[in-house]
Design a protein around this ligand. Structure first.
Ligand SMILES: [Zn+2]
Length: 84
């Protein structure tokens, strides 16, 4: 008994179109193919610095809030001087 098994009818799957137009992960602007997946060389550079420095570094951007107003170590405490 030999049942000739024909080739399985596998319909050729259509090419999946991955149109993932994700925006720039940094500024959420539409990314450009040249700087994929970023929108500009600046954002790409920012991300590069993040990886290199292992920290968030923004070149020529909004500086972090340095709140060093009166950050001096002024120990104003009446310690001792308590004569009975
Ligand atoms: Zn961007």
């Amino acid at each position: 008994m030999s049942a000739p098994q024909g080739p399985k009818d596998r319909k050729p799957e259509p090419p999946v179109r991955l149109r993932t137009r994700r925006p720039c992960p940094l500024c959420q602007q539409p990314s450009k193919q040249k700087y994929h997946p970023f929108c500009s060389a600046r954002c790409a550079d920012i991300d590069l610095h993040r990886w290199l420095g292992g920290q968030y570094a923004i070149p020529a951007a909004d500086p972090p809030d340095f709140d060093d107003a009166g950050e001096a170590a002024t120990g104003k405490r009446d310690d001792g001087a308590d004569s009975a």
